[in-house]
Ligand binder design. Structure first.
Ligand code: C2E
Ligand code: MG
Ligand code: MG
Length: 733
């Protein structure tokens, strides 16, 4: 309930309230009178005063006279009647200075500072000293005989206006204190939009001293004409269930109020108060309260100050929200990212999956990054919509999407995801069916573990054009443990220099002259036994350990070349695609050769056919840099079907190595023979050497010589052997 004092502040449009109800009825124009207390021990002074002030008005409001006949009674009245504007006080009562003592007591009373005091005395001799008047903030001092009706009114008018002014100032001050403390906490603390809006609603109710009953609507800046009008972010009282609703779902009167709003910060429309808090970005929070009273000037002003102050808080909340959003979402697709996926998610009772879209590299290469991102976003959105409320979808890295779906119905769920993913997707206006691999995991101890398990399943699935899926199994877990152990052993071997370079001779078939050797890596265990590349190269490639491994072999090869007297004998080194993906690789290798005085062309680099066919631009750049440094390239395992012939023509290379699978079949399989012959032919056309690898029998040698194949490597001539054996056998040491 507003106090009578507040009602008094409402000036011309005075309203009074019936208990807590929101309906207000207008009072007659001047019905809140100024209250004047007459303190005098002589009864007839009161009568005379009342008589002379009858029907008087000050600034449109009547006067209500209260009476006290002793200082004590006066004190009681002043303590219990809050809105006394003026005290007409007799100085001499019970004692000659009873009036002055009373003034002292009144001035010590908290909350009564605005009250004005006019001293009256019958005996001029009892006039108080001037400093008493100043000290006790006494408005006026008159002898009773001085106070004719006209002069009394003049004195009262000045005092009443002084009182009114002070009341207004006090209200302002109280309001400002509230605004400062309310906006202080709201602006400085980290809030979600909802808790901020709730705080704003509470503070506005507090400032305007009304029941919390209203809504806070966030209206976004109109980004396109006719866009959504707004959404309730906080609500109280009868409206409390409306949070989350959009504006057009709110009760009719509220909507009408919104429709009528003008541009100001504070409004008073058809039974509602509105306060607009505008962010610098153009969005606004509109607070709408059911009005219990029309706004008085002070409250309006306070709310305006509050709205301006708090807009900084809204900015902060929005920046905070934006940062939150950025931290948890993928910028390119708008889907959640890995962090957003994990946030608040439990592994219990949920199925997890990783989805890999297989041909994204090709699409990226031909149609660009933007189309690729649109496609990932499209697949993600489809999954989000298809899985509904409980599901969660995120882009966790490049081409992988993670899913989490609560529930136990594994088969139905997997079918649902398969159905969603088997629908074609529009890529640059064309409907395509994407090759997709899905790995599932259920029952993991944590979300991270579940996602990792699902990811591992994906990377184990065979490649292909169709939709493929698989589940995490305990056997896979064992395999992972073994791989982890293998990786750690490999790292030990690198640190302890138990990585060796074996050499296998490469000969000119025509005269069987050894031209050089291929470096093949071997890992020697502490017990002296050897581990072959097939056991650790795939794992090293997946984990990136291949980079240090490859560097070690290259260093050994360059050192060997530097130590040999023969200036043309060369070594072919296998280079993994993971090494080619590194920006500084070509320069590093060049520097290595220079440092040991080895001509770059003596180090031939074997690159698998599949690496050559890569779209990856860094791989292409590294290959071009290697060529420009004068390294010779050899295409390994050629004939296994990954090359694009177009690419072959684009890049300079010196050698094609016919894959062992073809060589070993040329005696028995006419197609293999034909294919090998075609490769030899292609080499001749391109002006490059062709080397047959895995040459085991004299029959194969004859065939290859017949075709015109220039070089060969295989057990027919020698196995891969330790460097020292090779050097001894070929007189290089
Ligand atoms: P690759 O580069 O195609 O090497 C040829 C493989 O065939 C070698 O196996 C070699 O020992 C084997 N081989 C040679 N002649 C014959 C033969 O007449 N008959 C048969 N059945 N096999 C023969 P290895 O040494 O086990 O190497 C396997 C693969 O491991 C290599 O295939 C290469 O891809 C990779 N690798 C070996 N060393 C390195 C290395 O230092 N770095 C990288 N990145 N990969 C390496
Ligand atoms: Mg090789
Ligand atoms: Mg090979």
């Amino acid at each position: 309930m507003p106090s009578t004092e507040d009602l008094a502040l409402q000036g011309d449009d005075i309203l009074l309230f019936e208990d807590e109800s929101v309906t207000a009825r207008a009072l007659s124009q001047t019905s809140v009178p100024w209250r004047v207390l007459v303190v005098d021990d002589e009864e007839d002074v009161f009568m005379a005063t009342a008589f002379s002030l009858r029907d008087s008005e000050i600034d449109g409001r009547g006067l209500e006279l209260l009476q006290a006949t002793s200082a004590r009674q006066a004190l009681e009245l002043i303590a219990h009647e809050p809105n006394i504007a003026v005290v007409l006080l007799d100085v001499v009562m019970e004692t000659p200075d009873a009036g002055l003592r009373l003034v002292e007591r009144i001035r010590a009373m908290p909350g009564r500072e605005p009250l004005r005091i006019i001293l009256r005395t019958g005996q001029p001799g009892y006039a108080p000293e001037l400093d008493v008047i100043k000290r006790y903030d006494i408005n006026d001092y008159k002898t009773k005989s001085e106070l004719t009706q006209g002069r009394l009114m003049a004195c009262l008018t000045v005092a009443v206006r002084g009182y009114h002014q002070l009341v207004r100032l006090q209200a302002h001050q109280r309001g400002l204190e509230k605004v400062v403390s309310a906006s202080g906490t709201l602006v400085t603390q980290r809030h979600s939009l909802q808790s901020f809006a709730e705080g704003v609603l509470t503070q506005i109710c507090d400032i305007s001293e009304c029941q919390p009953q209203g809504v806070v609507v966030l209206r976004k800046r109109e980004r396109q004409p006719g866009e959504t009008q707004g959404q309730v972010v906080a609500a109280a009282g009868v409206y409390r269930d409306l949070v989350g609703e959009s504006l057009n779902q709110l009760p009719e009167p509220v909507q009408q109020c919104f429709a009528q709003q003008l541009g100001g910060a504070v409004g008073d429309i058809g039974g509602f108060k509105t306060v607009h808090i505008r962010s610098s970005g153009g969005d606004e929070l509109v607070v709408l309260l059911t009005a219990q009273a029309p706004l008085n000037d002070v409250t309006r002003h306070m709310l305006e100050v509050f709205a301006i102050n708090i807009s900084l808080g809204l900015d902060n909340v929005q920046v905070f929200q934006e940062l939150e959003h950025l931290a948890h979402h993928d910028v390119e697709t708008g889907l959640r990212n890995r962090l957003g996926f994990r946030r608040g998610l439990s592994a219990k009772g949920a199925w997890f999956a990783q989805v890999q879209i297989d041909e994204l590299e090709d699409i990226r290469g031909t149609l660009g990054e933007q189309v690729t991102n649109q496609l990932i976003a499209e697949v993600g959105r489809r999954l989000e919509q298809g899985l509904g409320e409980g599901g969660r979808v995120a882009r966790i890295n490049g081409d992988r999407i993670a899913l989490a779906v609560p529930g136990s119905g594994g088969d139905a769920l997997r079918q649902r995801v398969l159905d969603l993913l088997s629908q074609p997707v529009a890529v640059a206006g064309v409907e395509v069916r994407l090759p997709i691999a899905i790995g599932w995991s259920e029952g993991a101890a944590s979300v991270t573990q579940a996602v990792d398990e699902a990811g591992l399943v994906v990377s184990r699935l065979p490649t292909g054009r169709q939709l493929r899926c698989g589940d995490w199994t305990p056997a896979l877990a064992d395999e992972v443990r073994q791989r982890v152990r293998l990786l750690s052993d490999l790292q030990d071997a690198l640190a302890e220099d138990r990585i060796e370079m074996f050499l296998q001779p490469q000969l000119r078939l025509l005269d069987e002259r050894v031209m050089g050797a291929e470096a093949l890596v071997r890992w020697r265990r502490r017990d002296g036994t050897l581990v072959l590349p097939a056991e650790f190269i795939p794992m090293a490639e997946q984990t990136g350990a291949i980079r240090s491994l490859g560097e070690r072999v290259a260093e050994k090869a360059v050192l060997a070349l530097a130590s040999w007297a023969d200036p043309v004998h060369r070594i072919s080194v296998n280079v993994s695609i993971r090494q080619l993906e590194e920006t500084g690789f070509a320069d590093w290798l060049h520097t290595l050769c220079q440092r040991h005085g080895v001509a770059n062309r003596r180090l031939r680099l074997e690159i698998t056919e599949s690496a050559f066919a890569q779209d990856h631009s860094q791989v292409q750049d590294t290959l071009a840099a290697l060529v420009s440094h004068g390294f010779e390239l050899s295409i390994d395992d050629f004939g296994t079907g990954h090359s694009s012939l177009g690419r072959l023509v684009e890049l300079r290379f010196q050698e094609l190595k016919i894959d062992r699978s073809l060589v070993c079949a040329i005696e028995t399989d006419a197609r293999a023979r034909k294919l090998a012959a075609m490769i030899v032919e292609l080499g001749r056309d391109l002006g490059v050497e062709v080397l047959a690898e895995g040459l085991e029998t004299p029959g194969q040698l004859l065939q290859l010589r017949d075709m015109g194949c220039v070089l060969g490597q295989g057990w027919l001539y020698g196995h891969a052997m330790p460097q020292a054996d090779y050097e001894f056998r070929h007189g290089l040491a």
